[in-house]
Design a protein around this ligand. Structure first.
Ligand code: COA
Length: 262
């Protein structure tokens, strides 16, 4: 059984971490396949949006703690990491931000790397019974997925530090209240909700969507004036696209727009 399921349908890609027997903890195979999936999503012009989820009622239990200190040189996937030292950082989306929107659908546990990769998703849906946490410090480890840098930019610093320094589990309600996730849904329906959101993203103009995502992240740490200047650079070309003519035309003709990403 492949450690990652990667499925594409029309404009949607669904990435499913698939080691339910290990609560979807990351193996070398899963990480290599994650990196491949991200590359394919951004490289395939058909794909407009992706959903990240986990198999078997859990999102992801992070790094594989059992394999962490074992010799994996005879693992057939090891060669990929030896040949490509940046592979694991791209897999975790630590060193690479997807150009296309990524929506998280969280059921069950999202611990360690599960909560780390969550921070590079753009829209986050979770079950009311989901559990989050950055358990690394409690294990004597460091959350190298980017959490000491990113989490304080996403939730208040004292709450980020509470998570990081105690390793305690955070309930779905806390995650919602703190803004770590955007919405809670009934258990078992996170993927359905995420797919509905993904359909909405996919129905938008893909050039607009990608430029908007880029502008939000690129300007996040800029002063307002510099941010607004960058926004113009990224936003104005969208107005010169065919899609920018199609949207208003479709409105006038009382029909749904047909965007081509041109
Ligand atoms: N690495 C390796 N194996 C893991 C794992 C991980 N991160 N998380 C869970 N597993 C394995 C367990 O060892 C167990 O395997 P076994 O059946 O061979 O004994 C199986 O997954 C089920 O885990 P279990 O703890 O029995 O299930 P649970 O539903 O009671 O608890 C968790 C699930 C996720 C809360 C618990 O497994 C856990 O705390 N995992 C560690 C998560 C973590 O701190 N990750 C951060 C890594 S830096």
């Amino acid at each position: 059984m492949s450690h990652l399921r990667y499925e594409k349908q029309e404009h949607l890609a669904v990435v499913t971490m698939n080691r339910p027997e290990a609560r979807n903890a990351w193996s070398l195979e899963m990480m290599a396949r994650l990196a491949d999936a991200w590359e394919d999503i951004d490289g395939d012009p058909q794909v407009r949006v992706a959903v990240l989820t986990g198999a078997g009622d859990n999102f992801c239990a992070g790094a594989d703690l059992k394999l962490m200190h074992s010799d994996q040189t005879d693992n057939p996937w090891h060669a990929r990491f030896r040949e490509d030292p940046g592979l694991h950082w791209r897999a975790m989306l630590r060193s690479y931000r997807l150009k296309k929107p990524l929506i998280a659908a969280v059921e069950g546990y999202a611990l360690g790397g599960g909560t780390e990769i969550l921070q590079v998703t753009d829209i986050r849906v979770a079950s009311r019974e989901a559990t989050f946490g950055l358990t690394e410090a409690a294990l004597g480890l460091f959350p190298l997925g980017g959490s000491t840098v990113r989490l304080q930019r996403q939730i208040p610093r004292t709450l980020a530090l509470e998570m990081l320094l105690t390793g305690r589990r955070v309930s779905a309600q806390e995650a919602l209240d703190w803004g770590l996730v955007g919405r809670l849904v009934e258990p078992g329906t996170a993927l359905k909700e995420a797919l509905e959101l993904a359909e909405r993203v996919a129905a938008c103009g893909p050039l607009a969507v990608q430029a908007i995502k880029r502008s939000v992240y690129e300007t996040a740490d800029m002063a307002e004036e510099a941010g607004l200047a960058r926004e113009l650079e990224l936003g104005q070309p969208v107005f010169r696209s065919k899609d920018a003519r199609e949207g208003p035309r479709a409105f006038s003709e009382r029909r749904k727009p047909v965007f081509k990403g041109e």
